[in-house]
Ligand binder design. Structure first.
Ligand code: NAD
Ligand code: LMR
Length: 328
């Protein structure tokens, strides 16, 4: 039995993400939570002839029912960017939304794998971690920032340049999920790019979200590509938990304490005041099975790390102190 709850299920990401999850044979109960419109979305999805039962839950008074006993909680709840905004500009609204959803999860689904999509991910993941700590149920192996869209974009953009099938090209992207904190490790996948191409495509991957925000012109940010990426990530977490298949790996923003041994060399590189970092991980029955080595990093990429670490420090501290200063 696998219960998955999507929080923010009626939104731009939530609806297509729920549609993709509805197609999974592993999921037995798909629970849709939002503050609006979930009865309609749930009724609609429930007619699809796949295995899972679908339930809709609307408003805070139905949150406990929605989330109780979940094995996986995916959170794309909150506001998206408009042109001219940074992800950090969303903190004011999204921090308390994520804190309150995390509180419900800590109380009613403390063992759930938490997949956090809501921005700013560099801060919302530390928020969830602090909430779980406050409730005495923190397991760093089970809380993930979903950075998969950065990897999806990297595969697409690099393939366009070197003429490979993007579905076959895996580009590791580490660090965080905003601008200069997004660190594609292109040197590990190709030597076909000139330095000028490397710099341009690195910038495109780091600021790919802006392309969509600009094109949507006030109507939000990436939703469909994010739903694809979010479903890929959540389904990999579910598959690894069910099978223990050691070949399932993803880059994801986690507490490096999730695997002290694997995290140690990365802590050495980024410093102790950057406790969260997106790293390649092997997923398993309990979430993070192993933090894998970052691999070789070129001189150009090393420089990018410096800028990333500087910004990440502040983002992480901001999320953590928001919870320290909140009454729960
Ligand atoms: P959206 O506005 O279309 O949908 C958000 C949904 O959240 C809405 O249905 C809204 O009713 C719901 N919501 C608001 N408050 C809630 C609460 N307290 N509890 C439950 N649901 C609540 O926005 P979207 O385009 O789906 O984006 C959602 C979030 O995902 C944004 O913060 C966005 O920046 C982020 N995002 C992250 C990534 C990533 O790579 N991690 C990619 C794209 C978007
Ligand atoms: C993205 O990378 O598309 C998301 O983080 C949404 C955004 O604000 O750009």
């Amino acid at each position: 039995m696998v219960k998955v709850t999507v929080c923010g299920a009626a939104g731009g990401i939530g609806q297509p993400l729920s549609l993709l999850l509805k197609q999974s044979e592993r999921i037995t109960h798909l629970s849709l939570y939002d503050i609006v419109n979930t009865p309609g979305v749930a009724a609609d999805l429930s007619h699809i002839n796949s295995k899972s039962k679908v339930t809709g839950h609307k408003g805070p008074e139905q949150l406990e029912d929605a989330i109780k006993g979940s094995d996986v909680v995916v959170i794309p709840a909150g506001v998206p960017r408009k042109p001219g905004m940074t992800r950090d500009d969303l903190f004011k609204i999204n921090a308390s939304i994520v804190r309150d959803l995390a509180t419900a999860a800590a109380k009613h689904a403390p063992k759930a794998f938490m997949c956090i999509i809501s921005n700013p991910v560099n801060s919302t993941v530390p928020i969830v971690a602090e909430v779980f700590k406050k409730h005495g149920v923190y397991d760093p192996r089970r809380i993930f920032g979903v950075t998969t869209l950065d990897l999806v974009r990297a595969s697409t953009f690099v393939s366009e340049l070197i003429g490979t099938n993007p579905a076959d090209l895996k580009v590791p992207v580490v660090g965080g999920h905003s601008g200069v904190t997004i660190l594609p490790l292109l040197s590990q996948v190709t030597n076909k790019l000139s330095q000028d191409q490397i710099e341009k495509v690195t910038h495109r991957i780091q600021f790919g979200g802006d392309e969509v925000v600009k094109a949507k012109d006030g109507a939000g940010s990436a939703t469909l590509s994010m739903a694809y990426a979010g479903a890929r990530f959540a389904l990999n977490v579910i598959e690894a938990a069910a099978t223990g298949d050691a070949t399932i790996t993803e880059c994801t923003f986690v507490d490096l304490a999730a695997d002290a041994q694997g995290g140690a060399p990365i802590r050495q590189l980024v410093g102790n005041d950057v406790p969260f970092f997106s790293v390649p991980v092997q997923l398993g029955r309990n979430g993070v099975e192993k933090i894998l080595p970052l691999g070789s990093v070129s001189a150009f990429e090393k420089k990018l790390f410096e800028a990333a670490v500087k910004e990440l420090k502040g983002n992480i501290a901001k999320g953590a102190s928001f919870v320290t200063n909140s009454k729960l």
